[in-house]
Design a binder for this molecule. Structure first.
Ligand code: FES
Length: 161
């Protein structure tokens, strides 16, 4: 068992939403619960979730690698995903991404030496009118991220670390 008892209880609650013979339908929820607890879905977690849901590990791996919200590589305590698609790029996201890289001292897909921040490049988040857009920890959408707001976000996350 790689996850906490609470995590397995949460997964059980998701499984209960489906007929008993279709418990694999809870795979996305199970991966999300695992990632929330562990920060990423390692190969061991993928095998564990597969065993728990009576699925082939490759099927869980396919889900984990298909959807961008699952981290299949180890990440820092906080992930910052900035949309770099064209509509955002035309509204300053390239400059915002450069600012983030310089501020954190890392490139995309890298983690700061203190293990706090991983910078990721994202696809359209459906908030093109609010560019530059950053999703913090796959959950909190931050809009119109000019340098002052980026500074404030990073400071806030550092203080809550
Ligand atoms: S292109 Fe960035 S949110 Fe749509």
């Amino acid at each position: 068992m790689l996850l906490s008892e609470q995590a397995y209880r949460d997964i059980d609650r998701e499984i209960a939403k489906y007929p008993p013979e279709q418990k694999q339908s809870a795979v996305m929820a199970a991966l999300t619960i695992a990632q929330t607890e562990q920060g990423w879905v390692s190969p061991e977690i993928i095998r564990d979730v597969a065993a728990y849901l009576d699925m082939p590990a490759i099927a869980v791996q396919e889900v984990a690698t298909f959807y961008a919200m699952y981290n299949t590589h180890k990440v820092g305590k906080y992930t910052l995903t900035i949309c770099t698609n064209l509509p955002c790029a035309l509204q300053g996201s390239t400059q915002a991404a450069d600012y983030l890289k310089q501020k954190l001292g890392i490139d995309f897909h890298e983690t700061t030496p203190d293990g706090l921040f991983t910078l990721l490049e994202g696809e359209c988040m459906g908030a093109c009118g609010d560019a530059p857009v950053i999703i913090a920890n796959d959950k909190h959408m931050c809009c119109r991220m000019q340098p002052e707001k980026i500074d404030a976000l990073i400071q806030e996350l550092k203080e809550s670390a």
